[in-house]
Design a protein around this ligand. Structure first.
Ligand code: FE2
Length: 186
């Protein structure tokens, strides 16, 4: 069994982010470690990390955050056939699939970002991400996640800042509205 703990991962995150703030370097270095943490889940996973939030459609389990909210690591457990609206993160994000397949759709923003409450999005690509697959996004990268399976899926989400403490937004594809996207964390 591969061994890698959340504590070791956080220690690696601190070392990497202290040495660089370049997104490509962060993704090159943290991506493989997020994958390693996902594939080593037997050494740290707890049953409660599979609990979902019926109202939200997914459960958020905080594995770590720094006292000033910089660096945050969550396990997100997705209810069957539930997901998020398109959203950005307001910070860099590294997502590693852990259990099951999750559909990701990435979008380009076509508007000039002159309004905080308005956005025009165009779908760029969509793909399925499974155990060990890693997705990296810059602060204004837009995607949605949807669990299209009949089972709870999980993934590890690592952020340069806890996303309830950034200016991130979610998007309504019908109305082009952009609104703050705050997670319910129980
Ligand atoms: Fe996201």
């Amino acid at each position: 069994m591969m061994k890698y703990s959340v504590e070791e991962y956080v220690s690696d995150l601190r070392r990497i982010t202290a040495a660089t703030s370049d997104y490509d370097e962060i993704f090159d270095q943290i991506g493989p470690l997020a994958r390693k943490l996902a594939l080593a889940k037997e050494s740290w996973i707890k049953p409660e990390y599979y609990e979902t939030d019926a109202e939200q459609g997914f459960g958020v389990h905080v594995l770590h955050q720094e006292p000033d909210h910089s660096l945050a690591v969550f396990v997100v457990a997705w209810s069957p056939h539930q997901g998020t609206p398109p959203h950005d993160h307001g910070t860099w994000a590294v997502v590693a699939g852990m259990d099951g397949e999750e559909r990701n759709v990435k979008y380009d923003r076509l508007d000039d970002r002159s309004r905080s409450d308005y956005a025009e999005l165009e779908e760029r690509c969509s793909f399925s991400a499974g155990p060990g697959d890693v997705i990296c996004m810059r602060p204004r990268g837009v995607h949605l996640v949807h669990n299209e399976t009949d089972h709870v899926t999980t993934s590890i989400h690592t952020y340069g800042r806890h996303v309830n403490y950034t200016d991130r937004v979610s998007f309504n594809l019908e109305t082009n509205e952009a609104t703050p996207f705050i997670l319910s964390i129980k």
